[in-house]
Write a protein that binds this ligand. Structure first.
Ligand code: NAD
Length: 348
């Protein structure tokens, strides 16, 4: 089989540039450097040069570029990972597309649908590939649930429940630029809902509040929410979010179908069960996304690299990045106006 530039897949590495060396930049750089021999990081950049230099040293990246423009001008680079803060994504997608390079971009693409449409138009015009960082689709538990729905193993789905609670809230500085809980946190669950059911949501109702930290409320955000989704095909779903679960990262789903149900539990660092005179207990679940979703982050990048090398469409496309943003806008509008909101009201 032929890959990019017509070379054989077995001999050619995909040459990658990375923009952003923060938390998620590090996760992806480590995957590429230590787990994906079919890719090679050529250069990395960050407006915080020290962060880029530290990650370059850790992952043996040969070049620290002075700017994203230098990454985009590098002729050796065929694909770019955009791992910088959300407010940079749409512009960087546009510039990267214009430079003729394939794109992996972290979620969300932007906070406004106009900006997203602009960026996606540039991608289409350039004819490059785009994958959005909805890594949870590549998690083995959730992929199994999707399989059960897609194959009819539990009959036709009727009810869907997603529980998605963080171990603790992010720093206030992060909250202020995050776009709010629906854009930053629930966005993964909106994507998961579409992925699991294989259909689109048409109406959203949100009940939410500030139950964890009043400072989050003072910043104009919420930290606890229950969101009801009504799908076009009649399935009814809930998303249960909280910025704080004292027992750790709580990530579960359950779907009830006409012929049965499928449910996933949390993931644990070990299987040991301790029994003593007071209780029978286990250790706490894997604590946060870096630990819980390590394998899914590796699988999503492998999928991206394979799609580029084999000239196939990526598994999570630009439109998959747009729809959850529309859902986030609808969820916030529903909270603000105390009523169910149809996606078409927000341009979805
Ligand atoms: N898929 C996931 O599970 C997941 C997890 C965490 C974060 N994210 C997303 O990844 C993005 C980054 O989040 P993070 O947690 O790594 O944040 P972070 O603050 O740890 O890192 C962001 C980095 O981007 C750099 N940066 C900002 N503007 C830049 C620019 N113009 N050019 C180059 N570098 C720039 C910052 O200096 C910082 O080092 C966000 O969009 C976030 O939503 C996704």
């Amino acid at each position: 089989m032929k890959g990019i530039k017509g070379d054989t897949l077995s001999t050619q590495k995909l040459h990658i540039g990375i923009i952003g060396a923060g938390r998620i930049g590090r996760v992806h750089a480590e995957t590429l450097a230590f787990r994906l021999p079919e890719a090679e990081i050529v250069a990395i950049t960050d407006i915080n040069r020290e962060a880029a230099e530290a990650l370059a040293a850790r992952c043996n990246i040969p070049k620290v570029a002075a700017s994203s423009a230098e990454i985009l001008a590098d002729k050796q680079i065929e694909a770019v990972l955009i791992c910088s803060s959300t407010n940079t994504h749409a512009d960087l997608i546009e510039q990267t597309a214009k430079a003729g390079k394939h794109i992996f971009c972290e979620k969300p693409i932007a906070f406004s649908l106009e900006q997203i449409d602009h960026a996606l138009a540039a991608v289409k015009k350039a004819g490059v590939q785009l994958q959005i960082g909805f890594n949870r689709r590549f998690d083995a538990n959730f992929a199994r649930v999707r399989h059960a729905v897609a194959t009819g193993e539990i009959g036709a789905p009727n009810l869907m429940h997603i529980i998605s609670r963080d171990p603790g809230p992010p720093p206030l500085a992060y909250v202020k630029v995050s776009g709010g809980i629906f854009m930053d946190m629930t966005i993964h669950d909106f994507d998961m809902a579409r992925f699991l059911i294989g259909d689109e949501v048409e109406e959203i109702y949100t009940a939410a509040g500030v139950r964890v930290d009043p400072e989050i409320g003072n910043a104009g955000d919420l930290d606890t929410a229950l969101i009801v989704l009504r799908f076009r095909n009649g399935v009814i779903g809930t998303i249960d979010n909280c910025r704080k679960a004292p027992y750790g990262y709580d990530q579960r789903v359950e779907i009830l179908g006409s012929e049965g149900k499928i449910a996933t539990e949390n993931c644990y660092p070990n299987q040991a069960v301790v029994s003593d005179g007071k209780s029978v207990h286990t250790d706490l679940p894997l604590n946060f996304f870096m630990e819980r979703y390590t394998e899914s982050f590796a699988s999503e990048l492998k999928s991206f690299v394979t799609a580029i090398r084999e000239e196939q469409t990526t598994e999570v496309t630009g439109i998959d990045g747009r729809i959850p943003v529309a859902m986030a806008l609808a969820a916030r509008k529903s909270y603000d106006e105390h009523r169910p909101v149809r996606l078409e009201e927000v341009g979805g």
